[in-house]
Design a protein around this ligand. Structure first.
Ligand code: SAH
Length: 254
């Protein structure tokens, strides 16, 4: 059995989409009080080094190993912050920490573990676009690393046919360049060709780019792994450079 000490803790924190002003105060306080920072290399790079703080940067694909290491350190009395971009509970480390906790020794259940929210890319992107998520919406991860592509297709179709706006994380990577083209075809059929789609790249960073087109004009190359894609519903409209979705559903206009 691992010895659990009084003073160790584990915080799973979201760093927001990139802009430092969007890191919450409680996340800053946790980082200031930490002895160890654990996370994927580019996120750990965002933490200023200081005496007494150990930075553990690792590759993206070892999430549960990284979470286990963080729990071991907290159990040994270290004050550990596991960092994610955006919100840690959205396609990120918080679930990996609980997965590692579930597989670990029972005494880890006594550890002080807290999840601190962050501004997820979807909300930061929506704010830059206007209010495309003003009515019901679905958030979908388009990566097939952790689920079969057939499940992604059926969820896209179901959400589009049900009239949900949609926010897509991990829309298109070099290892699967054709899938996003296929996703666009499904969306055109399920949502209609005139539905608006926005591509928000590097949101809140100096390199930010936002583009909105109708689904019929959307091309796969408009998205990459640094892009958040937001598809409106059939009522989503552009007014000047703002795109918004009315709060009311068709048939219930005030
Ligand atoms: N936990 C993160 C999401 C991790 S998945 C969050 O809550 O935001 C990684 C995906 O998030 C990327 O492929 C991209 O689709 C999106 N993303 C993260 N930061 C972004 C940013 N600044 N601009 C646009 N998309 C971003």
């Amino acid at each position: 059995m691992t010895q659990v000490t009084e003073s160790g803790w584990l915080v799973v924190a979201g760093l927001g989409p990139g802009e430092e002003a969007l890191v919450t105060q409680e996340v800053r306080d946790a980082i200031d009080a930490a002895t160890d920072i654990v996370g994927y290399i580019p996120y750990v790079k965002r933490i200023a080094p200081r005496d007494g703080l150990v930075l553990h940067a690792s590759d993206n694909r070892v999430e549960v190993d990284r979470a286990t290491h963080a729990l071991e350190m907290a159990a040994a009395g270290r004050r550990v912050v596991v960092v994610s971009s955006g919100d840690p509970g959205v396609f990120a480390m918080a679930s990996a920490v609980f997965e590692a906790l579930e597989a670990g020794p029972n005494d880890w259940l006594e550890l002080d573990i807290r999840v601190l929210p962050g501004i997820t890319a979807m909300l930061a992107a929506a704010a830059q676009i206007g209010a495309p998520l003003g009515h019901d919406f679905a958030a979908i991860n388009l990566s097939d690393n952790l689920k079969p592509w057939s499940l992604i297709e059926s969820r896209l179709r179901a959400a589009g046919e049900a009239g949900f706006a949609m926010a897509f994380y991990n829309p298109r990577s070099q290892s699967r360049p054709h899938q996003f083209a296929h996703a666009l075809e499904i969306l055109r059929a399920a949502c209609g060709e005139d539905t608006l789609i926005s591509f928000a790249r590097d949101v809140t960073k100096p390199t930010q780019e936002i583009t909105t087109v109708a689904l019929k004009d959307a091309r796969p190359e408009m998205a990459d792994m640094r892009t958040m894609v937001i598809v409106g519903n059939r009522d989503t409209r552009a007014i000047g450079r703002h795109v918004y979705t009315p709060r009311y559903a068709e048939g219930s206009a005030p």
